[in-house]
Design a protein around this ligand. Structure first.
Ligand code: BG6
Ligand code: MG
Length: 215
């Protein structure tokens, strides 16, 4: 396989935003009178905002109509945004900048493929906007992962066949989406959480271009 492009999930791959999502969901759960734990939070990784809210309400045994749900989602997002607004490039995960630099030097294209509608703000805060040739996020797709839409759109914008793309993902639904797109997928995290990934790495600290080429 000739690797022509790497497509990166954002949350959990480039930056650890899960802690901010957790704080915001926890506050919301607290207001509704139930406890939301970090273990619960694991279930929300890679899941869209509204689907995350549905899981949260299910955990609390609460049922609401669409209007009430939309208000809650907005409240959670306002809180989340108040956290991510304060982020800085120091929060980019170890090894990421070096790996992106190696890809650029090798002429391999890069894209973001994220479910988050806050992607533009996060990339701005991390000063990463100019590092990606394409950014496909929750504002540009209709179908959530495991649907392959986000990654297929990324490949299309990069003008690279899906079969020549490698996806980096930290969530099971994202790994599935990459496989559904016909791409190679490298899981970032623990192998037991990322079934189907062609390879799983702990992060980019010890992952170099040569490791990608030896896949
Ligand atoms: C994903 C996160 O990247 O984006 C999920 O892993 C999050 O936890 C989803 O729910 C949607 O994010 P946002 O920023 O649009 O609420
Ligand atoms: Mg993720």
């Amino acid at each position: 396989m000739k690797i022509e492009a790497c497509i990166f999930d954002l949350d959990g791959v480039i930056v650890d935003t899960a802690k901010y999502h957790y704080l915001a969901w926890k506050e919301l759960a607290g207001e509704m009178g139930f406890v939301f734990t970090e273990t619960h939070n694991e279930r929300l990784k890679g899941v869209s905002r509204m689907a995350s809210l549905d899981i949260l309400l299910e955990l609390g045994g609460i049922s609401l109509d669409d209007e009430q749900k939309s208000k809650l989602a907005t409240r959670k997002n306002n809180r989340y945004v108040s956290f991510i607004k304060k982020m800085s490039p120091r929060e980019i995960l170890p090894g990421v900048m070096q790996f992106l630099g190696e890809l650029k030097a090798a002429g391999i294209k890069t894209a973001i493929g994220s479910a988050s509608k806050n992607t533009p703000l996060i990339l701005e805060r991390l000063k990463l906007q100019s590092y990606f040739d394409a950014v496909i996020d929750g504002n540009k797709v209709l179908e959530a992962k495991p649907d392959p839409e986000v990654f297929l759109k990324g490949a299309k914008e990069l003008n690279v066949p899906p079969g020549n793309c490698v996806v980096f993902e930290d969530a099971a639904a994202g790994v599935e989406a990459a496989l559904n797109a016909g791409m190679v997928c490298i899981g970032v995290g623990l192998p037991q959480n990322l079934p189907g990934a062609h390879k799983v790495i702990g992060g980019f600290e010890h992952f170099r271009l040569v490791d990608l080429m030896n896949l």
